[in-house]
Design a protein around this ligand. Structure first.
Ligand code: ADP
Ligand code: MG
Length: 496
C-alpha cells in the first residue's frame, strides 16, 4: 500500500470572515399605539378591534367642516416616555400635515409632528453579553395612525376599516447606533418593557400596537461614512426584528462582495419563509409637503403640566434593577426577571417592606409564588396570599421556627385558604412549629444513634456521608418538627 501523501491539519487561527470585514449599522423606528381611551384628535374610541367602522365619527371620516381637537392624555404619555428616556422635552409644539394619498387615509394627510418633535435626544440603555450601552435617540414624535386596508375579506374589492384611523401613536426614532441584530433585539425588548411599565402602550407586537421598522446598512470596519440603507417593514415580533436584520445583513454583504451597488429601498419581511422583497424605492421626505396644520393652534406645554408628570413618574426598571443588584445583592437573573414586569416589582417591594431578608424575598417570588402562578395560569395580581404574609413566612424560617420546606408547601397552602390568618398562627394550629429545644432533639438523636450501631461504626470508620442518613432518621422520628440545624450540630457532637 502506498503511503498517504497528505493528512488534514487544523488551523489554529480564525479565518477572516465577512463579519470581521464589515460593520453593521442599524437605526430603528418604533411605533407605539397609546393606551388612551379616545383618538388623538376626536372623541372616537381608540380601543383595539371592534366591528369594522364602528369607532368612527365625522372627524375620523374627514367630513368637510369637521375640526380636530387635541387629546391631553396623548401629550402626557409622550412626555412620560420622553422623561423616562432622558430626552429633552420640546415645550413649544405644533402639529403638521404630512400629505399623501392612501385609501385608508380619508383626509389625504396624516397629522404628525415635523420640525418640533415633542422629545429630542435621550437614550435607551441596553445590555448585551453583560456589557451596557446607551443607544441614542433622535426624536420621539406624536402622530395619528391610519386605517386598515383589508385585502382578504372580499374577492373583488379591498375593504377599508377606519377604526384605527386617528389612534395616537408615538414614533420613537433611534440614531444609527445599533451594531448587531442582538443589540436591536435588546433595544426593542427594553422599549417594550418601558412602555408597559409606564402603562402608555400594551407593547403587543403581534396585534400591531407596537411596530418596528429596521433601517440597515453596512460599511467597511474602521470607516465612518454611513452606507446606503434599506428599510425593512412588517416586523411583528421582537424575534422577527432579529431574524430580518440577520437576513438583510447577509444579503447586503453578498451584494457588495459581488461588486454590485446597494439601492436605497423599502422592503417587506416575510417571517413564514424568512425572505424579504422590495416594496418601493425610497421616497424623499419632501414628497410629503409638510406644513403646519391650520386647524390646530401651535401650543406651549406649561411648566406646571411638565412638573406634574415628572412628579408622577414611577421608579424606572433600570434603577430598580441596579438597586436589587448592588444593594440587595440579588443575582442578575433574579433582578432581571423581577424587573421585567412592574406588577412583579410591586409585589417584591411589598414583601421587602416587611422583611430585611431581600434575598429570601426574591427566592420566594421566583420559587413557590411563580410556580403557583404558572400552574394556575394567573397573574401576580391574583395571587391569593398578601406579600406581607410572605414576609411573615420568611421570618418564621429565619427564626428557625419552621423549615423552608414546610413553610413553602404546607403553611403557604394553608394561607391560601385562610388569607386572614397569620402564618405563625397557622403553623401553631397545624402543629408544625419546629422543635429547636435541644433537650427534645438530644433525645431523638440519642435514640437514632442507639438504633444503628453498625452505621455508627461505618461513620466513625470514615464514611462521613452517613450523617445525612442519621439526620433523615431524626427528622422522621420528630415528624419533621426538629430544627435540622440543631440536629446536625448535635449529631456531629455525639458521633465524633
Ligand atoms: P425616514 O424618515 O426617511 O425613514 P430618517 O432620517 O428619519 O428617515 O431615519 C430613519 C431611521 O433610519 C433612523 O432610525 C436612522 O437612525 C436610520 N438610518 C438613517 N440612515 C441610516 C443608515 N445609513 N444605516 C442605518 N440606519 C440609518
Ligand atoms: Mg422611515
Amino acid at each position: 500500500m502506498r503511503a498517504a501523501f497528505w493528512e488534514p491539519i487544523f488551523l489554529t487561527f480564525a479565518p477572516v470572515t465577512n463579519s470581521d470585514k464589515y460593520e453593521v449599522v442599524i437605526g430603528l423606528e418604533v411605533h407605539a399605539q397609546l393606551l388612551t381611551k379616545s383618538k388623538l384628535f376626536s372623541g372616537d374610541s381608540a380601543s383595539f378591534g371592534g366591528a369594522p367602522n364602528t369607532h368612527v365619527s365625522p372627524i375620523t371620516l374627514a367630513h368637510p367642516g369637521t375640526l380636530p381637537k387635541m387629546n391631553r392624555k396623548a401629550i402626557e404619555y409622550a412626555i412620560k416616555l420622553g422623561l423616562a428616556l432622558n430626552c429633552e422635552i420640546e415645550q413649544v409644539n405644533y402639529f403638521a400635515r404630512k400629505n399623501y394619498f392612501y385609501p385608508d387615509l380619508p383626509k389625504g394627510y396624516q397629522i404628525s409632528q415635523h420640525t418640533t418633535p415633542i422629545c429630542k435626544n435621550g437614550h435607551v440603555s441596553i445590555k448585551t453579553n453583560g456589557e451596557e450601552r446607551k443607544i441614542h435617540l433622535n426624536r420621539i414624535h406624536i402622530e395619528e395612525d391610519a386605517g386598515k386596508s383589508l385585502h382578504d375579506v372580499d374577492e373583488a374589492y379591498t375593504a377599508i376599516d377606519l377604526n384605527r384611523a386617528g389612534v395616537p401613536l408615538l414614533e420613537i426614532v433611534s440614531e444609527p447606533d445599533l451594531h448587531s441584530s442582538e443589540e436591536a433585539f435588546a433595544y426593542v425588548t427594553e422599549l417594550r418593557r418601558l412602555v408597559r411599565w409606564l402603562n402608555i402602550c400594551d407593547g403587543n407586537m403581534e396585534e400591531g400596537s407596537m411596530r418596528c421598522d429596521a433601517n440597515i446598512s453596512i460599511r467597511l470596519k474602521g470607516t465612518t461614512k454611513l452606507g446606503t440603507r434599506v428599510e425593512v417593514k412588517n416586523l411583528n415580533s421582537i424575534r422577527n426584528v432579529k431574524r430580518a436584520i440577520d437576513l438583510e445583513v447577509e444579503r447586503l454583504i453578498a451584494i457588495v462582495e459581488n461588486g454590485e451597488v446597494i439601492q436605497q429601498e423599502t422592503r417587506s419581511y416575510n417571517a413564514d419563509n424568512n425572505t424579504s422583497f422590495s416594496l418601493r424605492s425610497k421616497e424623499d421626505a419632501d414628497d410629503y409637503r409638510y406644513f403646519p396644520d391650520p386647524d390646530l393652534t401651535p401650543f406651549k406645554i406649561t411648566d406646571e403640566f411638565l412638573a406634574e408628570i415628572k412628579a408622577g413618574l414611577p421608579a424606572l426598571p433600570e434603577e430598580l434593577e441596579k438597586k436589587y443588584l448592588e444593594v440587595f445583592h440579588l443575582t442578575s437573573y433574579d433582578a432581571g426577571v423581577i424587573c421585567s414586569d412592574r406588577s412583579l416589582v410591586n409585589f417584591y417591594e411589598a414583601i421587602v417592606a416587611h422583611t430585611a431578608n431581600h434575598k429570601a424575598a426574591a427566592n420566594w417570588l421566583m420559587g413557590p409564588v411563580k410556580s403557583y402562578l404558572n400552574d394556575h395560569g394567573i397573574d401576580i395580581a391574583e395571587f391569593p396570599v398578601q406579600p406581607k404574609k410572605i414576609a411573615a413566612l420568611i421570618d418564621l424560617v429565619d427564626e428557625g421556627k419552621v423549615s423552608f420546606n414546610i413553610a413553602s408547601t404546607r403553611i403557604l397552602a394553608a394561607a391560601m385558604v385562610n388569607p386572614a390568618k397569620d402564618p405563625a398562627q397557622l403553623a401553631t394550629e397545624m402543629n408544625l412549629l419546629q422543635e429547636s429545644d435541644s433537650e427534645a432533639i438530644t433525645g431523638w438523636v440519642s435514640e437514632v444513634i442507639a438504633r444503628m450501631p453498625h452505621k455508627v461504626k461505618e461513620y466513625q470508620g470514615g464514611k462521613k456521608g452517613l450523617i445525612g442518613l442519621f439526620a433523615g432518621e431524626v427528622k422522621k422520628l420528630s415528624k419533621g418538627k426538629a430544627d435540622m440545624q440543631v440536629v446536625n450540630k448535635l449529631l456531629a457532637e455525639k458521633l465524633n
